[in-house]
Design a protein around this ligand. Structure first.
Ligand code: ZN
Ligand code: ZN
Length: 404
């Protein structure tokens, strides 16, 4: 059997006043999810461990079978993937800022006036080769960006150039071990070249004319090495794909070797076309054995503290399942869950366990016919994120016996 893993990002919720003490998921109209609950098994999953508050990155890694305590190397690489850069194992990624320096090179604004426009034009011209090292630079939101070094002998053993305060000059990058000498040299050279490039950019000439703080320098910090993750297809002896509208999740999926089936025009928010994503997932299953679908809208609504938007997005998911997911029940293991809880009352991720349902032909039913956080307690599943792939593989008759 094939495996379909649907992750409604930040699905888990807590009781909300606007729903008289029900969660968004409890309050939502969701006939298809309830049908799957009737025909399948429900329960709760701790995405990482009880009491650990997951990020989307650490949770997705863990669900796919990559222990985040072993493979997660800090935010740098994962934020860089969040900008849409395609990274490779061994790359070193830094968190970067566009900043404003005066004619003496002193930092006047670490965030370049929280610049919003033109950063992609600026970033384009900051991609370069220094010695034998590729320098990749990509804008993020506002003044944020990612700086990635790719090449032989690149390490994280260097200091930051970010002075972390204004009215100071950016620091020279120095190696923090012998191994860091080359990386420090490349980063210092990048700083020199970027000053010259940024000064003459039309975006900055315009800002100068308008009296705005120019984005004329780059500060970087927090380098992390992109982990070398074993290839998903080899690890599980199957072929896998993904559909995701948000760059952080697609970056992780690409890094482990999942194939991209994301249809054009979908987004990573509540306005996304869920049905288009599900249709793409159904057709992807003709080509590969495993498909992960990430739906980010639930997390966005949770961060916004908008329980009503979260409920409506869950209803949109349920409706989209009708003509798509519900039609492939005969030969597919269907798993529906979240990567963590983002309660609208908390506006942030919490460590609350997340409801999960698994349904496949002939599976053991558990008598729970409603899918939500509260009824899940009466269900059969008690999982940790690290168990998920094993459970899905054995559900699909793809696991091997342990012992004789
Ligand atoms: Zn998430
Ligand atoms: Zn989130």
């Amino acid at each position: 059997m094939k495996i379909l893993l649907i992750i409604a990002d930040g699905l888990g919720d807590r009781p909300l006043k606007e729903f008289e003490g029900k969660t968004s998921l409890e309050a939502a109209r969701k006939p298809n999810l309830n049908t799957l609950a009737i025909e399948g098994m429900v329960g709760l999953i701790d995405p990482i461990q009880p009491g650990i508050i997951p990020g989307s990155d650490t949770s997705h890694l863990n669900y796919l079978g990559y222990d985040p305590f072993k493979y997660y190397t800090g935010r740098g690489p994962f934020e860089a993937m969040g900008t849409g850069l395609t990274l490779k194992g061994g790359d070193v990624a830094f968190r970067a800022n566009f900043a404003t320096v005066d004619s003496n090179g002193v930092v006047k604004d670490r965030r370049a006036g929280r610049i919003r426009e033109g950063t992609s034009d600026l970033a384009k011209h900051l991609n370069m080769k220094i010695e034998d090292v590729d320098v990749l630079f990509k804008e993020g939101t506002e003044h944020r960006a990612a700086l990635v070094l790719r090449g032989e002998g690149i390490t994280t053993d260097v200091s930051d150039n970010d002075p972390h305060a204004e009215d100071l000059k950016p620091r020279d990058i120095v190696p923090t071990s012998e191994r860091g000498a080359k990386t420090a040299r490349i980063l210092n050279e990048f700083y020199r070249r970027s000053l010259a490039i940024l000064r003459d950019e039309p975006v900055n000439k315009k800002r100068r004319a308008e009296g705005l703080n120019e984005a004329n320098a780059i500060l970087y910090r927090g380098g992390g090495q992109v982990p070398n993750l074993p290839n998903f297809n080899q690890k599980y002896n199957l072929t896998g794909g993904y559909i995701a509208g948000v760059a952080l999740v697609s970056g992780i999926c690409r890094l482990v070797g999942l194939k991209d089936f994301t249809p054009p025009g979908v987004t990573g928010s509540t306005d996304t076309n869920v049905k288009k994503k599900f249709s793409a997932a159904v057709s992807a299953m003709n080509e590969v054995d495993f498909v992960l679908v990430n739906l980010k809208g639930t997390d966005i609504a949770g961060h916004d503290g908008n329980g009503i938007a979260k409920k409506e997005f869950i209803e949109k998911i349920d409706e989209a399942m009708g003509d798509t997911i519900m039609k492939i029940r005969d030969d597919t293991v269907i798993c529906f869950t979240g990567d963590h809880s983002t309660p609208a009352s908390a506006k942030e991720h919490t460590s609350d366990p997340v409801p999960i349902l698994i349904r496949y032909p002939g599976c053991r039913r558990d008598g729970v016919g409603v899918f939500d956080e509260i009824k899940a307690v009466d269900g059969y599943l008690r999982l940790r994120g690290a168990d998920l792939m094993n459970v899905l593989l054995s559900s699909a008759n793809r696991a091997e016996k342990y012992g004789a």
